[in-house]
Design a protein around this ligand. Structure first.
Ligand code: ATP
Length: 232
């Protein structure tokens, strides 16, 4: 479904991604791991078209999307939940969902506000509350749900657990497991344990390069790699 091929992404003169390549098959859930500053966010932003790569290709469903504007990439079926979630604080939960709505021609899993509320009663109970009055965990649930409103085929989640209490992290894990039945998911995280629980494959980034790629199971056994590249 997605093939990232030797991408180089810059912030001004700073060479943030230095030849990143990896692949994702339809239906897979994959985790990108790495310490702070390794390039995880930049990789997701490169795929989404927010920080387009200067070199390399990104094939999504067979088309090279590198360099396309983000809105076109979104319309092709990729959605990004950014690290800071971007919930609109003065809009209600329902309104935050409504602004995310987009019906992609030909999309099969059609998410509507009502279906989100059916599936996630916690959001239904908060329907009329302002986004700014939600807890961090509630905001993260809303951010993912809003992303679903654009009927994505590929969901990109940037550090969905950042700043959340362990019990909420468990709920986010459950949400990822549920969604992975219908949606291809690429998420970033710093904890190898969460990744191993919820993703079949894992890649590790270090200084803008992929330094490891394997099944999560293999990484679990490879404590040397974990110690070298991750905070464990
Ligand atoms: P984090 O967990 O801190 O978000 P990350 O793995 O997502 O880390 P990135 O945010 O992708 O890493 O950062 C990769 C590199 O690019 C780092 O060296 C970082 O300092 C640099 N960088 C990120 N954003 C910018 C920016 N807006 N301007 C300049 N350099 C940036």
């Amino acid at each position: 479904m997605l093939a990232v091929q030797d991408i180089h992404t810059f912030y001004g003169e700073s060479h943030a991604l230095q030849g990143v390549s990896f692949e994702l098959k339809a239906g897979e859930t994959v985790c990108l791991l790495g310490r702070n500053g390794a390039g995880k966010t930049t990789t997701l932003r490169s795929i989404m078209g927010l920080t387009p790569p200067r070199q390399g290709a990104i094939h999504f469903e067979g088309k090279n999307i590198a360099g396309l504007p983000a809105w076109r990439i979104a319309r092709m079926g990729i959605s990004l939940v950014p690290e800071d979630r971007r919930i609109l604080p003065t809009l209600t939960v329902r309104e935050n969902l409504e602004i995310g709505e987009y019906h992609r021609p030909g999309s099969t899993h059609t998410w509507t506000v009502e279906r989100i509320f059916d599936q996630y009663p916690m959001l239904a109970e908060l329907a009329n509350r302002d986004g700014g009055k939600l807890s961090g965990g509630q905001q993260q649930m809303l951010a993912v749900a809003r992303s679903l409103m654009s009927q994505p085929q590929l969901l990109l989640l940037d550090e969905p657990n950042e700043g959340l209490a362990p019990v909420i992290v468990q709920q986010i894990g459950q949400l990822i497991d549920e969604l992975s039945a219908t949606t291809t998911i690429l998420f970033t995280d710093q904890s190898v344990h969460f990744a191993l629980k919820h993703a079949k494959h894992a890649y590790i980034l270090e200084k803008g390069r992929i330094v490891h790629g394997s099944t999560s199971q293999a990484l679990l056994q490879d404590t040397e790699t974990q110690h070298r590249y991750l905070s464990v």
